[in-house]
Design a binder for this molecule. Structure first.
Ligand SMILES: Cc1cc2nc3c(=O)[nH]c(=O)nc-3n(C[C@H](O)[C@H](O)[C@H](O)COP(=O)(O)OP(=O)(O)OC[C@H]3O[C@@H](n4cnc5c(N)ncnc54)[C@H](O)[C@@H]3O)c2cc1C
Length: 437
């Protein structure tokens, strides 16, 4: 969702024909979201409104639809035809999630029949699909060898800026009175409310080099602003991943590795679409989860009696963000201490995270549950109290999110760590012996 450094837009200018930018609010996705205050929808809506203004100031417009993408596209292609614009090419940014893959395949079939070129472009990741594989051509499922190969495969071309805005100005934008000045569909019309008008905080779409220089030392401490907070912008493309990588390569090796994790999970979901909803290692689907609803509720509300878990869950609910170290702690606590199916946690994160990304979220959850590729071994159970000692020993983060901490109002632990740890290991071992596959 940006006009600059956008490879999809750049690809659309190659034919030399004028370009019309378009965006579909996809009902197949939106109708499944049950929270009218969903932060992501407000974010997208706000950004789309801004982009429409940007494009109008350049003499063009942004065509916006709300519905089933295939129906919308059929309507648009016909409408454009009747006012004298023959659509010859449609360019989309490639998306690796299972639903998007299927949607784009269906669209492609329809466009082929209409003699329209439908082309996906890699814009949202640095290296995709089969660009980083083992020597036998199979996808990697372990991160370290993947990242070594990723670094070897990387060329300057992969992170060079794409001069999309300049090229757009050169070829020009489609403009016609029948197309201009259509309003953006209202959030209310789509069943949502605006959560950004009330002064909600949004991190800036850039990170200071000073943060990246200290990233390796500070990234694990949730009370410090030691990470980039770019996740929402990378998720929605309000900054370019190539721009981020250029900065990473010149400032921080460790931070660059995090960007490689992002590519890794996108590649995993592309090659193993089942991992978005089922355990990457099928044996883990046999774990007899306890799934206690009351304990799940305590976890969601940040009332487990474990301060690092509770602070994280409250940060999530109040801001739509949670620090990475704390995500690992709360996820491990849910799967191992409470023996609640990782999918319950994954769905809860999906509803509340502004940076929700199917590939990274399922990857992160399965890492914590032990069921994913390159996951934490099942017998390693984070101790939430030692994590607190290590990463927030002065309780700055905890006190920020739990004002009643230390008073009688703060709940007692809902499970005992030592007992829960043994129970988790035994439960996992009972279905995974002798060799988890
Ligand atoms: C259980 C769990 C769920 C998660 N769900 C998501 C999610 O839905 N969306 C999401 O973007 N990240 C997710 N992560 C990864 C990570 O927690 C966030 O990307 C990070 O906290 C975002 O903060 P930041 O932008 O300051 O990151 P930084 O530390 O500054 O990292 C820079 C960027 O690298 C990428 N990145 C960093 N860590 C990871 C990682 N482990 N996996 C993949 N990409 C990474 C992100 O795009 C991030 O913005 C999850 C992690 C866990 C353990």
């Amino acid at each position: 969702m940006r006009l600059h450094d956008n490879k999809t837009l750049l690809a659309s200018t190659k034919s030399g024909l004028p370009v019309l930018c378009a965006f579909v609010f996809d009902r197949n996705i939106l109708d499944r979201l049950d929270n009218p205050l969903d932060r992501r929808v407000s974010f997208i809506h706000q950004r789309i409104t801004e982009m429409q203004k940007e494009l109008r100031s350049l003499g063009g417009d942004l065509l916006i639809g709300y519905g089933d993408p295939k129906e919308i596209w059929k309507e648009w292609v016909d409408q454009l035809d009747t006012i004298g614009f023959k659509v010859s090419e449609i360019h989309v940014g490639r998306d690796y999630e299972p639903y998007a893959q299927e949607r784009d395949r269906n669209l492609d079939e329809w466009f082929v029949r209409k003699n329209i070129l439908f082309k996906g472009t890699k814009d949202n990741v640095i290296l995709e699909k089969n660009e980083v594989t083992k020597d036998d051509g199979k996808p990697y499922t372990v991160f370290t060898p993947y990242s070594n190969k990723w670094r070897k495969a990387l060329t300057a071309e992969d992170y060079a800026a794409a001069p999309s805005a300049e090229e757009l100005a050169r070829v020009g934008l489609v403009n016609h009175s029948e197309l201009l000045n259509r309003p953006v569909p209202g959030l209310e019309e789509m069943g949502f409310e605006n959560v950004w008008d009330d002064g909600a905080w949004m991190p800036p779409a850039k990170v200071q080099n000073t943060v990246l220089k200290k990233y390796g030392d500070q990234r694990d401490f949730p009370a410090i602003a030691g990470t980039s907070r770019l996740s929402v912008h990378l998720r929605f493309g309000t900054i370019s991943i190539r721009e981020a990588l250029r900065q990473g390569l010149s400032s921080s090796e460790k931070w660059t590795t995090e960007l490689i994790w992002r590519d890794f999970y996108q590649t995993i979901v592309y090659h193993f679409p089942h991992s978005a909803t089922d355990s990457f290692r099928p044996a883990y689907d046999a774990i007899p989860w306890i799934n206690d609803e009351q304990q799940f509720d305590a976890w969601c509300k940040g009332k487990t009696g474990y301060p690092m878990v509770d602070a994280g869950m409250r940060e999530l609910q109040q801001t739509g963000f949670m620090h990475n170290r704390v995500r690992m702690v709360v996820a491990s606590f849910l799967c191992k201490h409470l023996l609640i199916d990782w999918r319950w946690g994954e769905r809860f994160f999906a509803r509340h995270l502004l940076d929700f990304d199917l590939a990274s979220n399922a990857g992160g959850w399965q890492w914590a549950a032990g069921s994913g590729c390159d996951a934490a071994p099942y017998f390693r159970v984070f101790n939430p109290s030692s994590q607190l000692q290590k990463f927030d020993k002065d309780l700055i983060y905890v006190r920020k999110w739990i004002p009643e901490y230390g008073s009688s109002l703060y709940p007692k632990p809902i499970v005992d760590h030592a007992t829960a740890r043994v129970r988790a290991i035994e439960t996992y071992r009972s279905v995974l012996k002798p060799n988890p596959a």
